[in-house]
Design a protein around this ligand. Structure first.
Ligand code: 3H9
Length: 711
């Protein structure tokens, strides 16, 4: 876990714990032993380096769930040992020196950094603060304002910026671990013997410009505004304040530990750590180990908004893409729109003129699939209107022109992949790629597995998602796949709540108060009320005898109020994109209730929230039960990246299991109660898996605590 060797008079301690040299127990012990070995060997200086791809990228996150991070030596104790080392210490930073890794480096007397390395304190993304002295040392080294910025944003810094701030003492050209360690050993050799007290960061004074009260008052307010309801950024500011106010470095450290423990024990940290691992699970396709096929060129069929956005995704990553549409006018308009979108980014300083040129050169156009440029693509994404027969006709054409082994993907949000694949002679090469709108911006991609999709096809489309910079989740083939299937009940209940007594704001406000970016009705206004309307008209068999039909939603669409695009939907948008309550809508809903013979009633925010959220979670369990989702955490990723669910709640499944009061047992009971009171659709029928898991959870809760071990 850490190996020590003497090179001349300099000790080199290499930390080795693949994949990222996280500072788990064995590594921590290795560092303490290594310092002792260096002292015993009489080394004049000690270099700490990472083996393999990186300097330690932080504490071992998996240890937080088990409390393993508290096993001695803790990271704080390791770092204190370094702080008190009797010889000069040098951190040789390559790769990603993050979190606890950077805290180790901050306790060294010198920091040598590869020009290609990144460093940072991203604990905030895990609902934590740097808890091994980072909040106390970083401000002493670079000042309070930049330290707070680094810690509350969690964003990594490059070597040039780190050097400018005084975080890196020397930037070296070497990139790999061997090279950087060698450079650091050379640096250490040139140091004078003995520790220079001015290099001990913990011993440095900390001054606050403008006075403690004014500085930290403003800093906390700034953090609160940016925090999106998260607690960690606020406690980071409090910990830095302790660095400035506490009577000693040790007292500041102890305050940092208290604040760290508060966060580590809270729901936000648990949720965000769940998200960390969930993000890394999504790309793993159970039972598939086929290698992906190379994707060096693509064709997108349909030059609508969606097709244009998808073409941009390829161009953004330098993959040549042909945009195909039989209408030259549509192609011209779309290419103009793409250029305008890139130009807007240039104007904002987010894109260089050169990159704009390179991206535009990646995109070519064709008016027919017979165009020779179309037959050579490695992958096709069909993105025409959501009409089955049209899509099948295109797949028949694709089957005729695509080279063997090319991937044939359909961008659909609700249609049956197998029916589309049946139009080809190669269903093994067909799958769904459900991009979210606007495709060039939204990070989520649902890849949909058809019943005949081969392992190679799935591996390729998952790798493609990663290459495009998307969070690609694999879904099974059913109406709405994962995300839209789960929001079906959520949306339908939102209409029924209107019919029964709410106005739009009554429905959206509780959902927003939970932390979602918008409520169900606002979401429909953004997406377009006609989307749901067209689906209901095109696929009437979605409604069985057990389903209450959302007639009110049809009526508002038929009134021409389609949402933001018509400046009027469930809200008024005459003055802009902010939803404004509209008396016309309130009157329209009331008249509808009267026509239906419904006596309107006051509905509590709690009922609104439950009736929107519970069908969603129930459907999530059904997705798991039916194999539509591979794992519960994949569902959470769909909602975090596709529907604005707040990260601090970990996603709807994590929220239901761990954050909503009463956990799964109460959720199952509430679901059954609401379902009996409002039998509006099959989405209230409890999932067998949910009932099973709720029973297991109830049993675990009822079980007596294991007797404490006696000595
Ligand atoms: C901390 O330090 C707290 C302290 O202040 C105080 C303590 C008291 N632990 O992302 P990748 C795994 S909090 C455990 O795909 P990349 C990851 O799960 C920590 N495991 O690679 C994955 O496993 P698998 C602060 C970790 O090249 C594999 O490594 N540090 C950790 O795209 C590869 O990961 C952070 O928050 C870890 N710390 O990106 C940094 N890190 O293959 C977190 C990674 O089984 N890490 N794994 O799925 C990262 O940001 C990225 O992993 C990194 C590499 C940029 C390093």
């Amino acid at each position: 876990m850490a190996t020590f060797k003497l090179i001349g008079r300099v000790g080199l301690l290499k930390i080795s714990s693949p994949p990222v040299n996280a500072l788990g127990l064995a590594v921590r012990k290795g560092i303490v032993d290594g310092i002792a070995q260096a002292e015993k060997a009489g080394a004049k200086a000690l270099v700490l380096a990472g083996d393999g791809v990186t300097f330690p990228a932080g504490a071992d996150i998996a240890e937080f769930a088990t409390g393993g991070h508290r096993t001695q030596p803790t990271l704080g104790e390791v770092i204190e040992r370094l702080d008190k080392a009797s010889m000069p210490t040098v951190a040789a930073m390559h790769g990603t020196a993050l979190g606890g890794g950077l805290e180790v480096a901050l306790a060294c007397h010198w920091r040598v950094m590869s020009k290609a390395a990144k460093c940072g304190l991203p604990e905030v993304h895990l609902g934590l603060l740097p808890g091994a002295g980072g909040t106390q040392r970083l401000p002493r080294l670079i000042g309070c304002a930049p330290a707070i910025k680094i810690m509350t944003s969690g964003a990594p810094l490059g070597a040039a910026e780190a050097a400018k701030l005084g975080l890196a003492d020397e930037v070296v050209a070497a990139v790999d671990g061997e090279g950087v360690a060698e450079a650091a050993v050379g640096f250490a050799e040139a140091l004078a013997d003995g520790v220079d007290p001015s290099r001990v960061v913990s011993a440095r004074p900390l001054e606050v410009e403008g006075g403690v009260e004014a500085f930290f008052g403003a800093a906390r307010e700034g953090a609160r505004k940016a925090a999106k309801g998260e607690l960690a950024p606020l406690l980071i500011v409090d910990a830095v304040r302790a660095a400035a106010e506490a009577p000693s470095f040790e007292a500041g450290l102890s305050r940092e530990s208290e604040l760290f423990a508060q966060l580590a024990a809270g729901p936000e940290a648990r949720a965000l750590q769940h998200v960390f691992f969930a993000e890394r699970q999504i790309s793993k396709v159970v039972g598939v180990d086929a290698p992906p096929r190379p994707i060096e060129s693509a064709a997108v069929i349909g030059a609508g908004t969606m097709g244009g956005g998808i073409a941009m995704c390829f161009a953004n990553k330098g993959i040549p893409v042909t945009l195909v549409d039989k209408s030259p006018e549509a192609l011209e308009t779309r290419i103009g729109g793409i250029r305008a979108a890139y130009e807007a980014n240039v104007a904002k300083g987010k894109l260089s003129e050169d990159k704009l040129g390179a991206r535009m050169r990646c995109i070519s156009t064709a008016t027919s699939l017979d165009d020779p440029a179309c037959s050579t693509a490695d992958l096709y994404v069909e993105a025409v209107f959501e009409r089955l027969e049209l899509k099948k006709a295109i797949f028949k054409e694709l089957d005729a022109i695509a080279k063997p082994g090319a991937l044939l993907c359909t961008n659909t949000s609700t249609l049956d992949i197998d029916k589309i694949a049946s139009a080809t002679s190669r269903p093994q090469d067909v799958c769904g790629t459900h991009f979210f709108s606007p495709a060039n911006i939204m990070p989520l991609l649902e890849n949909v597995r058809g019943s005949a999709s081969s392992g190679e096809t799935l591996a390729t489309v998952m790798a493609m998602g990663k290459k495009l910079g998307k969070k690609a989740v694999l879904a099974g083939n059913c109406f709405g796949f994962i995300g839209n299937r789960m929001i079906e009940g959520y949306c339908r209940e939102s209409y029924f709540l209107l019919e029964e007594g709410c106005v739009p704001r009554d429905v959206d406000a509780p959902v927003r108060a939970l932390g979602l970016a918008m409520g169900p009705l606002q979401m429909q206004d953004l997406a377009g009320i006609d989307i749901g309307y067209n689906i209901r008209k095109d696929q009437p068999d979605l409604y069985g005898p057990a389903d209450r039909y959302p007639l009110l939603a049809d009526r508002i669409a038929e009134a021409g109020r389609l949402g933001q695009k018509t400046k009027a939907g469930w809200y008024d948008y005459a003055a802009g994109r902010n939803p404004v309550d509209d008396p016309w809508v309130a009157d329209f809903i009331e008249k509808f209730s009267a026509e239906q013979g419904v006596t309107r009633r006051a509905i509590s925010a709690e009922e609104v929230l439950d009736r929107c959220m519970l069908p969603m979670v129930n459907e999530g369990f059904k997705c798991l039960e039916e194999g539509i989702a591979q794992r519960e955490s994949d569902i959470d990723i769909v909602f975090l990246y596709g529907y604005g669910f707040p990260r601090r709640l970990g996603g709807p499944m994590h929220w239901a299991r761990h954050i909503r009061e009463g956990g799964l047992p109460k959720l199952a009971a509430d679901l059954q109660r609401y379902g009996a009171e409002h039998p509006n659709g099959t989405y209230w029928t409890p999932s067998a898996l949910l009932l099973e898991e709720a029973a297991v959870a109830a049993e675990a809760e009822a079980a007596p605590e294991p007797a404490a071990a006696t000595a």
